[in-house]
Write a protein that binds this ligand. Structure first.
Ligand SMILES: [Zn+2]
Length: 277
């Protein structure tokens, strides 16, 4: 699933290519991918100009003139990218937007968990999913970060994944930052301790920034706004590396389920739930 660095990379690429471009027309091949009325979606977007592209959590948002917000949730396998005029939509292209320079925006999604919604500013503010998003991890300091978690009893990994606590972090960057900070994924949040949170805050910022610099991580499907993969998967320390040696101590990496998600960790380097401090 595209997480903060992937969606941010897509937003940056789209912003460069789309600002000031008019959407002349759109073709909806699979109306059920639209949350709300497809007819209103179609008439609302046709003829509008893209004024900005941004990200909030894992949401990709295109601002259109007349104060409309075109929102995409990419979920597992969604992609939004700029295709040339000659590119033919494939079986996974659910919407294509035709631009005034003849290029196109494709919204593709193989697994079809993703969706798109058109909002007024008020509608976006009142949308529960949007309104409930926690702060952006790259926009808060260590003290604010600690305050989110330190009184909770749930495991730190489950809270890192909880979009109401923190927006944009998923399985990859939770596992990578917990490893870097030396914290066991199942450690109760209230036992991580002040110095643990300082390490985790720094670790999360570091892995997110490195992933942004690498253009995101491509495990299977993620592609940027130009349809190209990211490269941060080549820098993973633990994610998806069960059985491989820990990069720090060489012990074989293990997995456990935390909050229903597979978590890869080192049992030596990541302090367990009973001894967190
Ligand atoms: Zn280790």
């Amino acid at each position: 699933m595209p997480e903060l660095p992937e969606v941010e990379t897509i937003a940056r690429g789209l912003r460069q290519g789309l600002r000031g471009r008019q959407i002349r027309d759109l073709f909806i091949f699979r109306p059920e991918i639209i949350n709300g009325s497809p007819a209103r979606y179609q008439t609302g977007i046709t003829g509008k100009t893209v004024t900005n592209v941004w990200r909030r959590g894992k949401l990709l948002i295109l601002d259109l003139d007349e104060k409309l917000h075109l929102v995409f949730h990419l979920k597992m396998t969604g992609r939004v990218w700029i295709a040339t005029a000659e590119t033919r939509p494939d079986a996974h292209t659910h919407i294509s937007f035709l631009l005034d320079n003849e290029s196109q925006i494709f919204f593709q999604d193989q697994r079809r968990f993703g969706y798109s919604i058109l909002f007024t500013p008020e509608g976006l503010r009142q949308w529960d999913f949007f309104a409930m998003l926690g702060p952006e991890p790259l926009e808060i300091d260590s003290k604010e970060f600690t305050e989110i978690f330190c009184h909770r009893r749930a495991s730190i990994k489950s809270l890192l994944l909880n979009q109401h606590c923190l927006a944009g972090v998923g399985n990859i960057y939770a596992d990578e930052s917990l490893f870097l900070a030396g914290i066991h994924p199942a450690c109760p949040a209230c036992d991580v301790g002040k110095t643990g949170y300082q390490r985790l805050h720094l670790a999360l910022r570091t892995v997110l920034q490195k992933a942004l610099d690498a253009g995101g991580s491509s495990i299977r499907d993620y592609r940027n706004a130009a349809g190209k993969p990211g490269a941060f998967q080549n820098q993973f320390q633990v994610y998806g590396k069960k059985g491989q040696p820990c990069p720090r101590c060489c012990r074989a990496l293990e997995t456990i389920k935390v909050a229903g998600r597979t978590s890869t960790f080192c049992a030596t380097c990541q302090v367990g739930p009973s001894v967190c401090s």
